[in-house]
Design a protein around this ligand. Structure first.
Ligand code: 6PG
Length: 239
């Protein structure tokens, strides 16, 4: 499958374009829309846009928020992906509390990976043995990781459970993460990638370089869906 590539000059322009795409996707689909958010810094511009100028363009009562990964810290911790989304988006929009499905970063990680997989199975339709997301938003680290599947844990790309525990290679921080089979079961996977530090890996992945096989992000190609790369000029500079 050939990934779709969307290029925009700046992170702000990229976030605005993706916000419009997301609004159109949710509006076009009746019933619940299950969206998994990524963590890190890149999606923060998007969160602010959705809470602000795009607020009226989303049917919040039909939207369900999930997380593709979460740091194993309490929600009040500055590194909590849920905490960042809550501060920038959730508390500013009329999203029913029942539609916010956070990973309990404060829980025992292995127990929480199992619990979250059960919650996913209870709420989402299932195909090919895994829950099916309408859209999974992903970032990519400078090392080519995505969600919390890092290059030293490539086995998580093929792990049987829908969720597992990953480990940050430098800090050792534990993370609950979607595994490859769940990520690759989405109707749509969308990478939102900005900054010069990502340019080499983006070019290797989209150019099908042999080295890209060592980058987890290169392995996200939904069997029954699409994958798109939404890039700013810096991240696309080596294409
Ligand atoms: C996380 C992520 C992770 C992130 C990348 C990119 O919890 O950190 O989900 O996969 O998307 O590390 O992070 P930046 O957007 O901060 O570069």
């Amino acid at each position: 499958m050939t990934p779709q590539v969307h290029l925009h000059e700046t992170p702000q322009a990229l976030a605005e374009a993706f916000a419009g795409h997301l609004a159109a996707r949710v509006q076009a689909q009746p019933g619940p829309f299950h969206l998994a958010l990524s963590g890190g810094s890149t999606p923060q511009l998007l969160f602010s846009l959705l809470a602000g100028p795009y607020h009226a363009r989303l049917p919040w009562e039909r939207l369900h928020l999930w997380w593709g990964d979460e740091r194993c810290v309490p929600p009040s911790h500055p590194e909590s992906n849920y905490g960042v989304a809550d501060a920038l988006l959730i508390r500013h929009v009329p999203l029913p509390a029942a539609n916010v499905h956070r990973i309990l970063g404060e829980a025992e990680p292995q127990d929480e990976a199992r619990r979250y997989a059960s919650e996913l199975a209870a709420w989402l339709p299932s195909e090919r043995g895994y829950p099916v997301f309408d859209l999974i938003l992903l970032g990519m680290g400078a090392d080519g990781h995505t969600a919390s599947i890092f290059p030293h844990q490539m086995e998580l790309l093929h792990a049987a459970p829908a969720c597992a525990v990953g480990t940050h290679p430098e800090s050792g921080q534990l993370r609950v993460t979607f595994t490859g089979p769940l990520l690759n079961n989405a109707r749509e996977a969308a990478f939102l990638v900005t900054g010069a530090s990502k340019a080499d890996k983006v070019a290797a992945i989209l150019g099908h370089a042999p080295a890209a096989q060592a980058y987890p992000a290169a392995h996200i190609q939904p069997a029954g869906g699409t994958v798109a790369w939404w890039l700013d000029a810096e991240a696309a500079a080596r294409l």
